[in-house]
Design a binder for this molecule. Structure first.
Ligand code: SAM
Length: 282
């Protein structure tokens, strides 16, 4: 890695610049990418989404990743990434693809895999929800740079403005903690908002909530109308599944007049379990 030019020189040599359409905001400070990489590596097999100029890629290799798989949608970056591959002693695999269309669990047979990424903001939440819902679970840790506001929503507690669908889904399958904030000025070009690195560690099978699909439907309905009481916001979902709403909430022992942000994660699990039970007998 030491033989490579600086990231800025690399971008210049390949005549590369950031494109808005790919959500490109680059980290060109290797001290910062090292700090992120150390949260994910050393590890036998790591996946990085959106390597761009490859700062985090270099850091993940330096931090002791045996096999690193990177998926980049913008073809302009492949020659630059090939320069890193040339000095990575067979440890780096490059793929030009849209990460939303790749089954990344298939990239390596090692379990668990790790995912580390400075995610494009426009696809970050969608990718995260895909990984949270994946069955069987193929990762033990996700290290993600996201908009600070999104990171706060993932780690939020009940009775806060940030608490919502993302917090319930993420904390049903993982512990979450914000490792550190990163100001917008750390990126080239700077985005409009600050970012944060969040770490999600997969819960053990016994602790993990098994049905993220149904939990996703319940939380989408509940938080879709977050100012309304549950008896209103869950009405359509109950009727779609042919379940009596009053019986559902009573069987779950949940007060129909509460608003969704006051119901803790366990409460959402009870709500979902009860719906599944009643739905299967309806
Ligand atoms: N990781 C680099 C860094 O830290 O400097 C670049 C981060 S930039 C915020 C996001 C990167 O994701 C860009 O390189 C962009 O081209 C890539 N990207 C955007 N959408 C993508 C997608 N759907 N699949 C894979 N990569 C994508």
């Amino acid at each position: 890695m030491d033989s490579l030019p600086t990231l800025t020189a690399s971008l210049k040599a390949h005549n590369l610049f950031a494109k808005k359409s790919f959500g490109q905001h680059f980290l060109l400070d290797l001290n910062l990418t090292d700090k992120i990489a150390k949260l994910a590596a050393p590890h036998p097999a790591v996946i990085e989404i959106g390597p761009g100029p490859g700062g985090l890629t270099r850091s993940l290799l330096n931090a002791g990743t045996d096999r690193l798989y990177v998926i980049e949608k913008d073809p302009r970056f492949l020659p630059l990434l090939a320069d890193i591959k040339n000095v990575a002693n067979g440890r780096l695999s490059l793929q030009e693809a849209d990460a939303l269309k790749v089954d990344i669990a298939m990239l390596d047979t090692h379990r668990p895999l790790r995912i580390c990424a400075n995610l494009p903001y426009n696809v970050g939440t969608k990718l995260l929800v895909n990984w949270l819902s994946a069955q069987p679970v193929f990762w033990d840790r996700l290290v993600l740079m996201l908009q600070k506001e999104v990171a706060m929503r993932i780690a939020a507690s009940p009775n806060t403005k940030a608490y919502g669908r993302l917090a319930v889904l993420a904390q049903s399958v993982a512990t979450t903690h914000i490792a550190f904030d990163v100001p917008a000025s750390a990126f080239t070009p700077p985005p409009k908002v600050d970012s944060a690195v969040i770490v999600l560690d997969a819960l053990s099978d016994e602790k993990r909530y098994p049905d993220l699909k149904m939990l996703g439907r319940v939380t989408a309905a509940a938080f879709g109308q977050r100012r309304k009481m549950l008896r209103k916001s869950l009405r359509n979902l109950a009727s779609d599944l042919n379940v009596n709403l009053d019986i559902w909430l009573e069987a779950a022992n949940i007060d129909p007049s509460i608003r969704p942000e006051t119901l803790d994660i366990k409460g959402f699990h009870t709500l979902t379990d009860t719906l599944t039970r009643l739905g299967s007998t309806a």
